[in-house]
Ligand binder design. Structure first.
Ligand code: FES
Ligand SMILES: [Fe+2]
Length: 380
């Protein structure tokens, strides 16, 4: 049964068994919208999330906001308008909206006897959360028609943090846009078999170091975990780390959680390194990978952060280039396959996604595609 082919037609495949990129973008989650430092005071920054055009900005007090970049009157992008630090003025007919809530404050064309209730009108507005170098935006489930007169509802949970384990640490982020669907971006991220072919470098490892690996996985809420293990000893950075940290044991844990979160934690004695990588759907066939890393290793080495950023950038660039080439092969929607065990995480991802959608549709509890811990084997 190892080989799975796609695309499936929805009519023939049970939703829960679907293991195919469907380019469905999941709503009801927080997404990284834009790097914080690039959203300035006094003007709106255009951005796109799940095919929704956004105008991002900061009010006078620095609080981030996200408006749908289309005026509820006749659709002019609000990012083209004027912003005084409190209200956004549409450049077409001058309607004014409160930046944080989207509530309409003024319709200049109204005469004294025309009593439209201006404050019942809303520009589309999204909950925002600034965390770990990014402005996160909550994309709610599509609401009922009639937007334009609805105040937004805020999510109960906050955007997920990068895990940290000491008071002082360094942090850096990296972004790259990938010319593929969010599904290909995500399964590319969790795929262990491409390493020796895509991420070769003399200082990392060579193709000849390929060997059999065995890793334990366990289900977690909304995702799965590669259980704490000692990272493979065939890569120079880990050897270096072991030396530097003067620790007997280095352990790595990698979690994947819907919709798009990959959390990696490396701990060696009192030293740690963690990252939260997200693959965010921009449009149906374009996504962006954002890596935010925090660490207290090399904190006192002057070239530490730039070296780490360099290594990271190299990796992400190798992935980006690979996916750019892959997208050429994917243009005609060819039949593809997922094989055991190396592609099992990808299958879990599709299983999780389908189970999540099914639970939402039926209002029942999500049925996790994994029934318990599993050990996977592959060569890489
Ligand atoms: S389109 Fe914005 S005010 Fe008319
Ligand atoms: Fe990679």
């Amino acid at each position: 049964m190892g080989v799975v082919r796609w695309p499936f037609s929805m009519a023939t495949a049970d939703l829960l068994k679907r293991e195919a990129p469907d380019s469905l973008m999941l709503t009801g989650f927080w997404y990284r919208a834009y790097p914080s430092e690039k959203v300035k005071h006094g003007k709106l920054q255009k951005a796109m999330l799940l095919e929704i055009p956004l105008g991002l900005g900061r009010d006078r007090n620095g609080r981030a906001f996200a408006l749908r970049d289309a005026c509820p009157h006749r659709g002019m992008p609000l990012s083209c308008g004027r912003f005084d630090g409190e209200q956004v003025e549409c450049s077409y007919h001058g309607w004014k909206f409160d930046a944080l809530s989207g509530q309409c404050r003024l319709v200049p064309s109204l005469t004294a006897d025309q009593n439209i209730k201006v404050d019942r009108i809303y520009a589309g507005s999204f909950a925002c959360y600034e965390r770990d170098a990014f402005i996160w935006v909550f994309i709610p489930d599509p609401g009922p028609a009639g937007a334009g007169f609805t105040r937004r509802e805020d999510p109960s949970a906050a955007a997920p943090p990068v895990p940290t384990f000491s008071e002082k640490f360094k942090t850096a982020y990296l972004s790259a846009s990938l010319p593929c669907t969010v599904d290909h971006g995500i399964i590319g991220l969790m795929d262990p078999a491409h390493g020796p072919f895509v991420h070769q470098a003399w200082w990392w490892r060579s193709q000849h170091s390929i060997h059999e690996k065995k890793k334990d996985f366990e289900p977690i809420a909304n995702g799965f975990r590669m259980s704490a293990h000692t990272p493979s000893s065939n890569s120079a950075p880990y050897k270096l780390l072991k030396l530097y940290a003067d620790a007997d044991a280095i352990t790595t844990t990698i979690d994947f959680e819907l919709p798009n979160l990959r959390m990696e934690t490396i701990r060696a004695g009192k030293y740690w390194f963690s990252s939260l990588t997200t693959v965010t759907p921009i449009t149906r066939d374009q996504c962006r990978i954002d890596v935010v890393a925090c660490w207290n290793i090399f904190r006192f080495v002057p070239f530490g952060p730039s070296l780490l950023k360099f290594v990271f950038a190299k990796f992400v660039e190798q992935d980006r280039q690979t996916m750019e080439l892959q997208s050429q092969g994917l243009t005609q929607n060819p039949h593809l396959m997922l094989i055991d065990d190396a592609d099992r995480p990808a299958k879990w991802y599709f299983g999780l996604k389908a189970a999540h959608l099914e639970a939402k549709r039926t209002g029942s509890e999500m049925k996790h595609p994994m029934s318990g811990p599993v050990t996977l084997k592959w060569r890489s």
